[in-house]
Write a protein that binds this ligand. Structure first.
Ligand code: KG4
Ligand code: ZN
Length: 338
């Protein structure tokens, strides 16, 4: 007998995107609505937490409604409601958590608490239906740079992480200093294509699998301040090359150390075209299988939250109405192998 289809409504409000999505059986996206606040935060050069919360409050009802309409579903057809409860900006997270709790109570549907980082990893399951754990995942976003051993759908070990800036944060800061605006990642990606990586920058490696990007970032900023005439496209290309080299080298070291030959990228920075190319090269050289989500699933979205929520739901992990936002939430089984 065919198993019953499971429909999850996902809600994501951890930073500056208000998002809702309906996903069938964990991997089939029926709708994926994203209301971005980028235009609003752009004039401040970064996300202003209180403004983000206020905009989530305004947008969330319409975004959730639209996700249901586009999926041609009503709340009664949904099996469970999954929401991001951390990590992220507390005021922003609270909007999604409170909204999801109210929906869950009113519609008598189970509530599922999803970790945003686990959501980013899960985006790969949507883009690559054949992908299954175990694999190694480099979670590279505005807030995180983690090398994660994904042991199963709900068991993760962090093998290495940044000791200072997240990689996306470094992209955004460099972009701001050279006058590209917010968010900087996509702008550096574009500008770097017009330049040559001809500037040597200091790269930091540790004995373990941790990262540091502040040295590269500071060197770029100092170069610009000392010589504002420096070619910005060359600077962008050199910056991108340096951070990518550190990322690729550490990932390769982890893959060898833990004998893993399937590598996935996740998070906003995994939309970067140069990083993707370099990982493809690594895959060819070392015979690794390389995965990354389609661009719209790299940056914050709710389809990835619904997908991660599906696996939680299938494992019987539902949350109660006492669920709260946890801004510094860690991922499961952290540091077990360190
Ligand atoms: O995953 P995400 O949407 O939010 C967090 O969870 O942090 O990631 C946002 C980050 C920003 O730092 C943004 O500049 C970066 O992802 N980003 C990129 C690109 N697209 C987005 N960085 C480099 N190249 C890109 N194409
Ligand atoms: Zn994110």
């Amino acid at each position: 007998m065919k198993e019953k289809d499971i429909y999850i409504l996902g809600i994501e409000t951890s930073c500056d995107e208000t998002a809702a999505a309906v996903v069938k059986n964990g991997r089939e996206v029926l709708s994926n609505i994203i209301s971005s606040q980028i235009d609003i935060h752009e004039k401040f050069g970064g996300v202003v937490p209180e403004i983000a919360s206020r905009n989530h409050v305004e947008a969330i009802s319409h975004v959730v409604e639209k996700a249901l309409v586009e999926a041609k579903m009503e709340l009664k057809d949904i099996d469970a409601i999954a929401c991001t409860y951390g990590p992220g900006l507390v005021g922003a997270l609270l909007v999604g958590v409170s909204y999801a709790k109210a929906l869950s109570y009113a519609a008598k549907k189970p509530l599922i608490a999803v970790n945003h980082i686990e959501g980013h990893i899960a985006a790969n399951y949507i883009s690559h239906p054949e992908l299954e754990p175990p694999f190694l995942c480099a979670v590279i976003s505005g807030g995180h740079t983690h090398l994660v051993h994904v042991k199963s759908y709900d068991k993760f070990t962090i093998l290495g992480k940044t000791r200072d800036d997240a990689i996306g944060e470094a992209f955004d800061k460099v972009a701001r200093v050279i006058g590209l605006g917010y968010p900087g990642g996509p702008k550096i990606d574009k500008l770097a294509k017009q330049g040559t990586a001809n500037i040597e920058l200091p790269k930091t490696y540790f004995d373990n699998l941790d990262f540091s990007f502040s040295g590269i970032k500071t060197a770029v900023i100092n170069l610009h301040h000392k010589n504002p005439e420096v070619n910005h496209a060359d600077l962008a290309a050199s910056f991108e090359k340096a951070v990518t080299e550190v990322l690729v080298q550490n990932t390769k070291k982890a893959a060898k150390q833990f004998d893993i030959n399937v590598i996935a990228l996740a998070g906003g920075v995994s939309a970067n075209s140069y990083i993707r190319e370099e990982f493809e090269k690594l895959g060819q050289e070392e015979k690794y299988k390389i995965y990354y989500p389609q661009p719209v699933l790299c940056t914050d979205n709710a389809a990835m939250i619904a997908c991660s929520g599906y696996y939680e739901y299938m494992n019987g992990k539902t949350a109660g109405l006492t669920l709260n936002a946890i801004p510094n939430l860690k991922i499961a089984y952290e540091n077990e192998e360190k």
